[in-house]
Design a protein around this ligand. Structure first.
Ligand code: HEC
Length: 139
């Protein structure tokens, strides 16, 4: 006969689930933080530095299609034009990166990055238009 599940087992499986949160592939989709909190993260220098690193050297190979400066390449959309095809708010850019545009050539990245990483990537990508504009005016 199977013994009834005791509370201690429930606790153990909750802890196990929490530990799984480190593995983005296994983690259930988390709701995004509220817009104000996302905007605060978007101006946090540590978040931007992390996003820059992930954009330039991360496993998403973002630069292959979008270019180091976001000016795009043969197959990628420009990220530095200042015109977002799919919306430029933090939530919208996180969504673009998470879900991708498979029919246009960008796969979804939500299984490759944690939510914090997706937020960091979005924060950094949103700085590309201003960086491109100041590079252009410095010429
Ligand atoms: C294989 C090429 C490819 C790779 C790699 C790629 N993208 Fe894209 N991405 C695209 C294409 C193509 C689009 C344009 C979709 C469209 O035209 O609607 C796009 C669109 C986007 C958009 C939406 C732009 C807008 O105007 O709204 C964002 C943001 C973005 N990519 C970020 C990233 C990030 C961050 C990475 C790395 C994790 C990445 N992309 C990797 C090809 C790529």
């Amino acid at each position: 006969m199977v013994p009834p599940m005791r509370p201690v087992h429930l606790l153990a499986s909750c802890l196990l689930l929490a530990a799984c949160g480190d593995d983005p592939a296994a983690a259930p989709a988390q709701p995004l933080p509220a817009p104000a909190q996302l905007d605060a993260l978007a101006s946090d220098p540590a978040v931007l530095a992390r996003g820059r690193q992930l954009y330039l050297t991360g496993k998403g190979y973002c630069t292959t299609c979008h270019g180091v400066d976001g000016n795009g390449g043969p197959q990628g959309a420009r990220l530095a034009s200042g015109q977002w095809l799919h919306g430029g708010s933090m939530a919208e850019v996180v969504r673009s990166i998470s879900e991708g545009y498979p029919q246009k050539g960008m796969r979804p990245w939500k299984d490759s990055f944690s939510q914090d990483e997706l937020i960091a990537l979005a924060a950094f990508v949103r700085t590309l238009p201003a960086a491109a504009a100041s590079a252009a005016s410095a010429k």
